[in-house]
Design a protein around this ligand. Structure first.
Ligand code: ADP
Length: 517
């Protein structure tokens, strides 16, 4: 790079050499020669040299003084001993690129070239420094802009959060206010149903009751959602019995499943502790939502709730329990999976039309599970079904370990299970086996009757017959009648499993089953 016109050069050499070099440089008007008497610190502004030409035996202090008064200055040493110059440069701590050496016998072209190169490099450094400073100040300006934009944004966010909280609080209050008269409407409708109504009037009142309770469900969802949003949802941990709680819930939901022709099944692993401390109402709410969804989104097949112990994470002495609700329903489309726990999210618009719902159930469930210290997730295959799992920690209450009933009297008894549903047969078989009973499984009424006949021909008798009430082809009542009418098969205790009991009671049957007579 060629130096710009008027590059300041200071030549400070022994007298004859200084005059010669000055003359050579002054012959080109690109160099402005500064008086050699103007040493470092004695220069007016704008007079700083870009290049200083010195002999190789100067004191290193002089070099420091030049560097301090003219940052970036280049040195051209005139010396017969390049190694001595190297030592001097190292002592003075000069950067490798900031100096060069000329021999005293160098010709004018070499001298001008050396000074021009040094000046060009100095200029390039100056330009680079200027450019960096310009970039630095642009970056600083940008950072200041961003900081101020951030301040504005966080102000706006705080305002939006406050507005949203106020809205949620308003919604929470409003849904509470609307809910109270709703209870009045529903209560009065119940009373009205008990009065002497004509058939048409009864129909109307039943419709009012149905619509009212749907509206109440929606209000409850909105109330819970807005409470969570407003940070006002609180947990109320109490001692409770897990099996009783799950059993009650399934008894209630079994009706709805039965109306839709969906089998509702459940198992609670014997090893799962029963006496727990936790918010049983909120647990029930999450289970209700998952089981109700399972039933709602299953046209045909079954919904199964399983409850198992989960390994506790290191350092936790709580009982970690995993609840899984599996269905054989429509499943969840791949693209909807990431947003399914979001508020007001439904798989697609037609879902709302076809199945109803607010799209709040899973959002509320997730918030509740997380508030209770657990986590929730799901697997789903469109067209095949979904399984929702959640794991929760509970404190143990008392020392009761698992199923409390004494079942020793059942040991060795022969049980015939007649149920068309394979999962239910498996559950019932596993359950009675846990009590040391000996199950035979039959998948239909005629199959069961055949098993009874074989057993009677061998002069044996089943102690208990667990008989599913709802079966295609030959229902439980027909099978029971056939058994009763055949003296060869009679004599066993028949326990009829209705949807309201059987679909809930693999859990409960243990406590409600009495030993056969
Ligand atoms: P809602 O059922 O009131 O619409 P949820 O939050 O409980 O609201 O569920 C959100 C959406 O997730 C449902 O609308 C449905 O599209 C999908 N979904 C939830 N559970 C299931 C399930 N078991 N099978 C298929 N889809 C489901």
């Amino acid at each position: 790079m060629s130096p710009s016109p008027q590059t300041n050069v200071l030549v400070a050499l022994p007298a004859p050499m200084e005059a010669a070099v000055t003359r050579i440089l002054a012959a080109r008007d690109t160099f402005r020669i500064l008086p050699s008497s103007s040493g470092p610190g004695r220069l007016s502004q704008g007079q700083e040299p870009a290049v200083v030409v010195l002999s190789g035996d100067v004191e290193s202090e002089l070099l420091h003084a030049w560097e301090a008064s003219c940052p970036g200055v280049r040195f051209v040493f005139v010396s017969t001993d390049p190694e001595a110059v190297q030592t001097l440069a190292e002592m003075a701590g000069l950067e490798e690129w900031s100096w060069s050496v000329l021999r005293p016998e160098a010709d004018p072209i070499e001298i001008r070239q050396a000074v021009r190169t040094a000046a060009g490099a100095q200029r390039a450094l100056k330009d680079a420094t200027n450019a960096r400073n310009a970039v630095d100040s642009a970056v600083k300006e940008r950072i200041a802009d961003l900081e101020s934009a951030n301040r504005e944004l966080s102000g706006a966010r705080d305002a939006a959060e406050t507005a949203s909280r106020i809205k949620s609080e308003f919604l929470a209050n409003m849904s509470h206010e609307i809910r109270t008269p709703m209870y009045g409407v529903l209560g009065m409708t119940d009373l009205l149903q008990e009065t002497g109504l004509s058939e048409v009037q009864r129909d109307y009142v039943t419709s009012v009751r149905k619509s009212g309770s749907m509206l109440l469900n929606i209000l409850n969802d909105i109330l819970d959602f807005s409470k969570i949003e407003a940070g006002k949802m609180e947990l109320d941990p109490v001692p409770f019995g897990l099996r009783e709680s799950v059993g009650d819930l399934l008894r209630m939901l079994g009706l709805r499943a039965d109306e839709r022709g969906v089998e509702l099944l459940s198992t609670v692993d014997p090893g799962v502790p029963d006496s727990l401390v936790g918010d049983s109402l909120r647990l029930r709410q999450v289970l209700t939502n998952l089981v109700t969804n399972g039933v709602k989104f299953t046209e045909k097949g079954e919904v199964e709730l399983t409850v198992k112990s989960d390994p506790a994470p290191a350092g936790s002495d709580a009982a970690w329990i995993r609840f899984s609700v599996r269905d054989t329903g429509i499943g969840i489309p791949e693209e909807k999976k990431p947003s399914i726990f979001g508020a007001f999210n439904q798989a697609d618009a037609s879902t709302t039309r076809r199945y109803g719902g607010t799209g709040l159930g899973l959002t509320i469930s997730r918030s509740l599970v997380e508030m209770m210290g657990g986590r929730i997730w799901f697997e789903s295959e469109p067209g095949k079904g979904s399984t929702f799992h959640f794991v929760l920690p509970f404190n143990r209450h008392g020392t009761a370990a698992a199923v409390p009933a004494d079942v020793t009297a059942l040991s060795g008894m022969e049980v015939l299970v007649i149920d068309d549903n394979a999962t239910n047969r498996r559950i019932l078989g596993d359950m009675v086996r846990q009590w040391s009973m000996l199950p035979t499984l039959a998948e239909s009424g005629p199959d069961g009757l055949a098993a009874l006949r074989v057993s009677s021909e061998a002069s044996r008798r089943f102690d208990v017959i667990l008989l599913d009430c709802n079966m295609p082809e030959m229902d439980g009542f027909a099978v029971a009648a056939a058994i009763r009418n055949d003296p060869a098969m009679a004599g066993s205790t028949i326990m009829m499993l209705t949807p309201r009991i059987a679909r809930r009671t693999p859990v409960e049957a243990g406590s409600s089953a009495s030993p056969p007579t």
